[in-house]
Design a protein around this ligand. Structure first.
Ligand SMILES: [Fe+2]
Length: 213
């Protein structure tokens, strides 16, 4: 007779995230080349988002007003970070950049993305049409690939969650938000604002309690 199995079965293991963190750490130890890291981390992220049961509920909680960004892991040398983004119904980001490479993998629900780039005068303009990322899809962003976008929850009846990997401690990294051209100013700089996002929680998941597996 197995003792305590019920509680074990109800508690999904954090092992997939621990494995991802270990493999991603090996990648950043070998190279800091953006293209190589994106190529190596993409299949690892794909594997991580294949099954969504490992994400602890505390890091999947929407907020009634604001989209949430929960730090799941930060490399001790800040070479990469892993974050769960949780969009409630009707929530979306401002137009923003990242300033560093990043990968976005859809864990639950779906997201609507719109890309932007500066025109000749330096004002942000939309690039192409908005597009939808479905569960399991992965997208890369970086200053060389296209770095400015908005992301919105595409679901009208449930939150959406994506797992992001960035080449820095993204919550502590100086970035920018943008407003579209505005008749009140001819200076594009006036429409750009510095921001540092921080994180939505002061705790991170415990990757290291191996008794659960
Ligand atoms: Fe983004």
């Amino acid at each position: 007779m197995a003792f305590g199995l019920t509680s074990l079965h109800n508690q999904h293991s954090i092992e997939p995230l621990r494995d991802f963190v270990r493999l991603a750490t090996r990648c950043v130890e070998k190279t800091n080349d953006e293209a190589q890291l994106i190529a190596q981390l993409k299949p690892l992220l794909k594997g991580l988002i294949d099954d969504d049961r490992w994400l602890p509920p505390a890091f999947a909680q929407p907020h009634p007003q604001y989209y949430q960004q929960y730090l799941l892991h930060c490399d001790p040398l800040e070479r990469f970070s892993v974050v769960s983004f949780v969009w409630g119904i009707g929530q979306q980001t401002p137009i923003h950049d990242h300033g560093i490479w990043g990968l976005v993998g859809i864990l639950r629900g779906a997201e609507l993305c719109q890309s932007y780039a500066p025109d000749a005068g330096g004002f942000m303009q939309t690039v192409g049409k908005a597009y939808r990322l479905e569960r399991g899809d992965i997208e890369a962003v970086s200053p060389s690939l296209g770095d400015v976008h908005t992301v919105a929850n595409a679901m009208t009846d449930q939150p959406s969650i994506s797992i992001h990997v960035y080449g820095a401690n993204i919550g502590a990294f100086k970035r920018h938000v943008y407003r579209l051209a505005d008749p009140s100013t001819s200076d594009p700089e006036a429409l750009r604002k510095d921001f540092i996002s921080g994180y939505s929680a002061s705790t991170i998941p415990n990757l290291w309690d191996r008794s659960r597996s």
